[in-house]
Ligand binder design. Structure first.
Ligand code: SF4
Length: 655
């Protein structure tokens, strides 16, 4: 796979305290770009669908007296302010504003998903850096090390062809490898070719040759650890004879795996070299056997601290309120003809030990009990079986709504809906519309597991495919039936699959806008065949879960602002911690939960609203009850019951 990031460049100022021989970015006049212009650019970045905002400037600009900056901290505060404004639009800042102190990096860390600084070279003796200001390797290494100590996901790189020798390049790469060995925070190294620019002191020199670039990419691949991805800019090679015919493809063959940020508003460092459209680059990548995929400005596998940026993005998008819903799970039956290997819930037949199937009396008693206790939602998911067909649910929903018109019915996973459609011999869209008219409010976006077919073929081969899942929920969203989205992770999938899953969900959301939230469900290892068969001995750790929570927050951004952690799986203390990693929803009171518990989750089956609120307050946040679709709760189904005096909590039997 070959990756790129959909970015947008925002320049704080084109001024610079240095004067490099190859640079056309730097200007002698002008000041800080007005905030109003930067705001307009951020608006445009959000509009054109950029994910990353590359925030740039010249180096050490606070040293230029006419800019009126009080010092480095003053400049950094301005950069942080721009980052904050980017986060408020769901954009992910990646700041590269030249050399900074450790203190400044610390200030900027919470507002950046990643940061960057080119090492450029392994020597101080370059003419390119002798025109003013200089660029000392030791200073730049100190910056890289400080970012490492702060565990900031980091991008660095070297320039090829600015007068350095092959030995200098080798030294630079070894220095980067050394920093990585100490901190592990470097996610990518850019191998960038020098391009002579007319009017600059080095304008008459030849650009880096393809041979030098190839050699350097191969050397980088040999010297740098696998954890570092090698990036080459696809727009900077080409234009003279040695670079004819998309030379970046050759560099991909040599080991490069990333094309960097493809900026929607051009490259302010090399404006004369526009990027080709992504579709064209994708086509070219395919011609040499690579799939071009969009990525975030932070790589999934990086050993760095994602928490502050995820937390800051959460604050920017949804504030400090943490929501929950008062709901009850009512699972009708655990008898299921399906065969998912991770499920400890289902029984094959009604006569199997532990099988249960609730009749109407029990179902209505459970709902009545829930309504009495203040539930606004009933969540119904069950096994697949011929008796639970379109007519059954249509009738059930109608009767529930007749009794409790204000109760929200959240029911039928995409897998159940597909099965109902199959039984009915009609398209899912037809069944969804009929069930909507009978009272179905929203659907749980469960049965997603990991939306990558190579994983699904192993863990749930008979379950609906990724495309089917997307198609059922697209039909639901189009019919006005919104849904949640979920992931079940920590079994056989890798980080690449987890990120791909987020991409599938985000793409559908951009198409329909129908998802209300994203729910993380760590795989429960006990009582199911998948764990036993593949020797999976533990569920994902809290650390891993928190990390994925942060990545989900960063990846889904403003597309899905509500991220939920499951207290059934993590426990209330785990969910409370996740609120610091990007989550903003505590889920539901549930009142009873059979599916996760049957598969090994051990966090009970009911959490009172008061307990949830107390956990949320303990995290320093503001609790708020919400409706299923994140609206305000203005009235409760029980208020509508005429016989309120007769309401009593009921004891009900069964699962
Ligand atoms: S390359 Fe960077 S440091 Fe050098 S003059 Fe240009 S903006 Fe300044």
């Amino acid at each position: 796979m070959l990756t790129f990031s959909r970015s947008y460049t925002v320049d704080i100022t084109y001024r610079c305290a240095k004067r490099c021989g190859y640079c056309i970015y730097r200007r002698d006049q002008g000041g800080l770009i007005p905030l109003s212009r930067l705001e307009a650019q951020l608006d445009e970045a959000a509009r054109v669908g950029a994910r990353e905002v590359l925030i740039m400037s010249g180096e050490q600009v606070w040293l230029l007296p006419d800019l009126g900056l009080a010092g480095e901290a003053d400049f950094v505060e301005r950069v942080a302010d721009v980052c904050r404004r980017a986060l408020q639009r769901g954009l992910l800042p990646h700041t590269n504003v030249g050399l900074l102190s450790g203190e400044s990096l610390k200030t900027l860390k919470p507002f950046n998903v990643s940061m960057g600084l080119m090492l450029e070279s392994g020597t101080d003796l370059l003419r390119a850096h002798a025109y003013g200001g200089g660029k000392r390797v030791a200073d730049r290494l100190r910056h890289l090390e400080a970012a490492g100590a702060l565990r900031i996901p980091f991008t660095t790189g070297i320039l090829v062809g600015i007068g350095e020798t092959p030995a200098d390049r080798q030294r630079a790469l070894r220095l980067i490898a050394g920093v990585q060995a100490r901190w592990g925070h470097i996610q990518e190294v850019i191998i960038q070719n020098f391009v002579p620019k007319p009017g600059t002191p080095m304008g008459d020199l030849p650009g880096a040759s393809l041979e030098d670039m190839r050699e350097t990419v191969q050397l980088a691949r040999a010297l740098l650890p696998e954890s570092i991805v090698i990036q080459v800019p696809p727009n900077l090679l080409g234009g003279d004879d040695s670079h004819r015919g998309d030379p970046w493809l050759q560099l991909v063959r040599d080991g490069a795996r990333d094309l960097g940020g493809v900026s929607a508003n051009g490259d302010s460092v090399s404006p004369e070299k526009p990027w080709e459209p992504v579709a064209v680059m994708g086509e070219k990548a395919r011609s040499i056997g690579f799939r071009l995929e969009e990525r975030l400005p932070v790589h999934a596998g990086i050993d760095a601290d994602l928490r502050p940026a995820a937390d800051e993005l959460r604050r920017a998008l949804v504030g400090d309120v943490v929501t929950y819903v008062v709901c009850r799970n009512v699972n009708i039956s655990n008898v299921c003809v399906g065969s998912c290997s991770f499920c400890g819930f289902m029984r094959r037949t009604h006569s199997a030990a532990g099988a249960w199937h609730h009749d109407d009396t029990t179902i209505f008693a459970k709902i009545e009990d829930a309504v009495t206790r203040g539930a606004t939602e009933v969540c119904m998911q069950s096994g697949l079986q011929p008796a639970l067909d379109l007519v059954y649910f249509e009738d059930l929903f109608r009767r529930i709504k007749a009794r409790w018109p204000a109760l929200h019915i959240h029911a039928l996973s995409p897998e159940e809906m597909r099965y109902i459609a199959e039984l009915a011999g009609r398209p899912a869209s037809y069944c969804i519309e009929r069930l909507r008219d009978a009272g179905l409010g929203t659907m749980p976006g469960t049965a997603a597991e990991i939306l990558v077919d190579e994983v699904r073929r192993v863990i749930c081969p008979e379950k609906l495919s990724t495309q089917d899942w997307v198609d059922v929920l697209r039909a639901a969203h189009r019919a006005g039936v919104r849904s949640t989205s979920t992931v079940m992770f920590g079994h056989l999938e890798n980080w690449g699959h987890r990120i791909e899953h987020l991409r599938v969900i985000r793409d559908l959301q951009r198409d329909t806008g129908g998802f209300t939230e994203f729910v993380l469900l760590p795989f429960q290892v006990e009582h199911n065949a998948l764990g036993r068969h593949y020797g999976i001995t533990r569920s994902p750790s809290l650390d891993e879960t928190l990390r994925y929570t942060a990545l989900a927050r960063l990846h889904l951004g403003a597309d899905i602002p509500n991220i939920q952690s499951s207290w059934v799986k993590l426990g209330p203390a785990g969910v409370t911690e996740s609120l610091r990693w990007g989550a903003n929803d505590f889920g539901g009171t549930l009142m009873e939960e059979s599916i996760s518990r049957a598969s090994g989750a051990d966090h009970g089956q009911n959490l009172e609203a008061a307990e949830i609120e107390s956990w949320i307050r303990r995290a320093g946040r503001i609790p708020r009850e919400r409706s299923t679709t994140y609206g305000e709760v203005t009235r409760r189904p029980r208020d509508e019951l005429l016989d309120g005096a007769a309401l009593r909590p009921l004891r009900v039997a069964g699962g």
